[in-house]
Design a protein. Structure first.
Length: 484
């Protein structure tokens, strides 16, 4: 794709010439996903500095029938932020919208722009003695606008909920270029439709999130992390119940990892080490927090684990004796995506099922993957507390074409999704639909529900110029790339 002179001149007038990226070498970072698996094409990447510039870019694109592809840190797993190669489009990169506009410690809110990285927001909150609880492995590079647009989950959903639960207000540029300012800090506002919920999880198909009001929480004074070895996944589910009964809301994290997944991290991530001397089929990383520094939480956790061990639910456990040891536990969990990428062609399934059915799902889906594919390595990692299990199939790449691997992976994934649906689950828990699961969505989403989603999309974006090809299969009025 090559932008015409008129388009370049118009965009340069809005954001400045240096912030309209056309160099092919630089554009590559916007046209590929972080795993190097999917590739799109764009006329240019545009880097506005504020919401007014975003609105002006969107108005110009609409008038010129050019599609807009909002892109945050480009860390997604479903190709939801990649530009479509067949349509003339502009990648709208929001990294310059990176200001913290306002902090209200009394109201426990922070108003931030969409290009702020998740890690920067966490650090800003911590400096004020507050906590922003969303936590992801990609938090150093993912941006809050993308987190909102995909309704990100992460490792603290058990206690704090996902992105829908952490947003009080939004500022959004609509597909026609109007700027909606809904940056409300109120916890209670019962004045009609809660419009912000339309844009959370919409994957940029209904507008461009430019700023948000986020909820903050008291910074924990005490953290207790433990690594637990188990022989059976059913025991992990039962252990979760005991910890919830014994700790209540103080239990914030309950992550599970198969031995195969841990082994990949230990092999591919330098400086990591196993927390327990003996290998176990399953491991749990749990964390509980307390707002009172003098709490007996550590003793309480140890007593629960000791009782569970006596009853045969777990085989071994290590409670972190220092912040450093806890950080080592967390590094194992946060390095999973990098380790899997370095292990071969990995396919991570983002399924959720009712918690009680997790063991059945993992057993059936693992068997289906091995039966339908050429002997992949199957590992598992996930958030047991909210039913979100990432079953990962890793295929050896030696001597095989990428297209062959993709076909085999797609067939295997269809089986995994079918089993999740049979068990009352979802094919996407936190990664979104993007373009990779768009066609499958029609098999599992109620026809009326899909119809209502299309009606909303058509009302706000009748030309389907806002991130076309993602989530819904609607025709776009955008110019074909060969005509641009």
């Amino acid at each position: 794709m090559t932008p015409d002179a008129q388009t370049l001149a118009a965009l340069s007038a809005i954001v400045g010439k240096t912030h309209v990226v056309t160099d092919a070498g630089v554009l590559e970072q916007y046209e590929r996903d972080w795993r190097g698996r999917y590739r799109g094409a764009t006329l240019c990447a545009v880097r506005p500095a504020n919401a007014d510039q975003v609105a002006a870019v969107v108005r110009h694109a609409r008038a010129a029938r050019i599609a807009i592809v909002p892109q945050g840190g480009n860390t997604g797993m479903s190709a939801g932020a990649l530009p479509p190669a067949a349509l003339a489009n502009i990648v709208l990169c929001l990294d310059r919208l990176n200001k913290v506009r306002e902090v209200d410690p009394a109201g426990n809110t922070m108003t931030v722009e969409a290009g702020c990285t998740l890690e920067a927001i966490q650090q800003q909150a911590a400096a004020l003695g507050r906590l922003f609880p969303l936590a992801l492995g990609s938090q150093g590079s993912c941006q809050i606008g993308g987190n909102i647009s995909t309704n990100a989950g992460g490792t603290a959903v058990l206690r704090f909920g996902n992105m829908r639960d952490l947003v009080l207000g939004l500022e959004v540029v609509l597909p026609d270029g109007r700027l909606w300012s809904g940056l409300r800090t109120l916890r209670k506002d019962n004045t009609g439709y809660d419009l912000k919920q339309l844009f959370i999880g919409a994957e940029g198909t209904l507008g461009v999130v430019t700023a948000a009001v986020l909820k903050l929480f008291a910074q924990p004074k005490l953290r207790v992390a433990a690594w637990v070895g188990l022989d059976d996944l059913q025991h992990a589910v039962e252990l979760l119940g005991r910890l919830q009964d014994g700790c209540g809301e103080r239990l914030s994290t309950f992550e599970v990892m198969s031995h195969g997944q841990l082994d990949l991290v230990l092999r591919h991530i330098p400086g990591t080490r196993a927390p327990l001397e003996t290998a176990h089929p399953w491991a749990v990383l749990l964390e509980a927090t307390d707002s009172h520094a003098g709490s007996d939480l550590a003793d309480h956790i140890q007593n629960i684990l000791a009782s569970a061990m006596n009853d045969g639910l777990l085989q071994n456990a290590a409670v972190a004796s220092s912040d450093r040891q806890a950080a080592e536990f967390w590094r194992l969990r946060e390095s999973v995506s990098e380790a899997n990428r370095n292990s071969g062609y990995s396919v991570s399934h983002d399924t959720s099922v009712p918690i009680a059915r997790i063991p059945e799902f993992v057993a059936r889906a693992s068997a289906a993957l091995r039966a339908r594919s050429s002997d992949p390595q199957v590992v598992a990692v996930g958030h047991v507390g909210d039913g979100n299990i990432h079953l990962v199939a890793i295929f050896a790449r030696a001597g095989r074409e990428l297209s062959e691997l993709q076909r085999e992976a797609d067939a295997a994934s269809a089986e995994v999704h079918r089993i999740a649906a049979e068990l009352g689950g979802s094919i996407s828990a936190e990664h979104g639909i993007g373009s990779t699961k768009r066609d499958e969505l029609k098999q599992y989403k109620d026809a009326l529900e899909l119809g209502l989603m299309r009606d909303i999309k058509s009302l706000l974006d009748p030309g389907n110029l806002m991130n076309p090809g993602k989530l819904l299969d609607l025709p776009s009025d955008a110019r074909r790339s060969q005509g641009s």
